[in-house]
Design a protein around this ligand. Sequence first.
Ligand code: BG6
Length: 484
Amino acid sequence: SETGCLSIIVLGASGDLAKKKTFPALYHLFRQGFLHSNEVHIFGYARTRISDDELRDRIRGYLGKDAEVVSKFLQLIKYVSGSYDTEAGFQLLDKEISQHEVSKKSSEGSSRRLFYLALPPSVYPTVCRMIRKCCMNKSDLGGWTRIVIEKPFGKDLESAENLSAHIGELFEEAQLYRIDHYLGKELVQNLLVLRFANRFFLPLWNRDNISNVQIVFREDFGTEGRGGYFDEYGIIRDIIQNHLLQILCLVAMEKPVSLKPEYIRDEKVKVLQSVLPIRDEDVVLGQYEGYRDDPTVPDQSNTPTFATVVLRIHNERWEGVPFILKAGKALNSRKAEIRVQFKDVPGDIFKCQKQGRNEFVIRLQPSEAMYMKLTVKQPGLEMSTVQSELDLSYMQRYQGVPIPEAYERLILDTIRGDQQHFVRRDELKAAWEIFTPLLHRIDNGEMKPKEYQPGSRGPVEADELLAKAGYVQTHGYIWIPPTL
Ligand code: BG6
């Protein structure tokens, strides 16, 4: 049942993720009318002993400007304090939720409970056990219990499988929502539509026409403030194994039977299972100078803050097409994009004019856009060519249309019971299978990151690898995001 009383329980309510992402997303859903005060209640749970008002004060600044809406939203929040590994706190939590369910009896009485674990993964198993034991929805009322969890889902194949097995004993897969917030980004969600609703792309999207695909994530700041967390994981676990690999799936997968979430996830798993083992020569690692100055980072840290990894998909569509995944912290710019580079034009009669290759670029952020880089005649009397683009820039084309935050959309999906944009257990396993051997070699110090300057493009070796993989840079052309 998707109506009736809804309780959203944010565990780890006083933490960073809750404050910066979870509560603001809930607020925006509330503001847009997706959460109704007559059926929704929000519970914050954490160890800290604070009052309802203290929690409200902590998050208020992260919400919005409309003071009236903010205060209405904050009134929906109740705080419960308790530990993560004893029953007492969870029994109390259950009591509070039940009271609220009884008081909202008017709304058909059903009991929908959404638990959002904004917690370190080390406590997932215990917390899940406690929820299972003390806080399940009251089945006589109907409804459901769902669990939302965030990466890191383990550190390698074995630990991830252990975690999945633990949680899998307590909850059905249909109750579990593994968030990868990149799947909630507007242009990532657009991939399926683009690829399968447009005749343009169908015949071109394969090894006959595409030379290489890049999926790039760059940040222009380092790991300041979270070096301790980051150092244990590194850029491959933090960004590549999840965010970029999920995008790769959507770019490379075959057409699903239909839009049913299970069909889509089936196709993603197939792509992952077709990825060949990673070869050493297809990897460049980097660590920015100064990374180890962070007091929470060990002096000898071998953790990469940058990586370029070339993946190869062994199937009929993609054999021979390198998928270049690249991610880095403390680089010269902040952006995320997918860049599909086409092969040279055969029998090119304009060759002497050094034309660039066609590229289809999907800019995920900032300045959401899709543009097709193509060669056109330079306007004017001369018959010369120039690089230009067909540009669908969202800011211009969809003026005034707000693009929802990834978390907003994904939380709404969890309430609606749509798992399409969440990572299934077998998908997660296949993703870890690809990266675990490489990660173990890095962890054992068998592969070392190259040093790079903060604010640079990353190690030069990465650009060399890109060229070796067949990427041809277009010189003298730059896409300029439009301004209004
Ligand atoms: C998180 C990573 O998953 O994604 C962070 O842990 C990274 O290291 C962040 O900064 C990037 O997300 P976004 O939405 O800002 O691109």
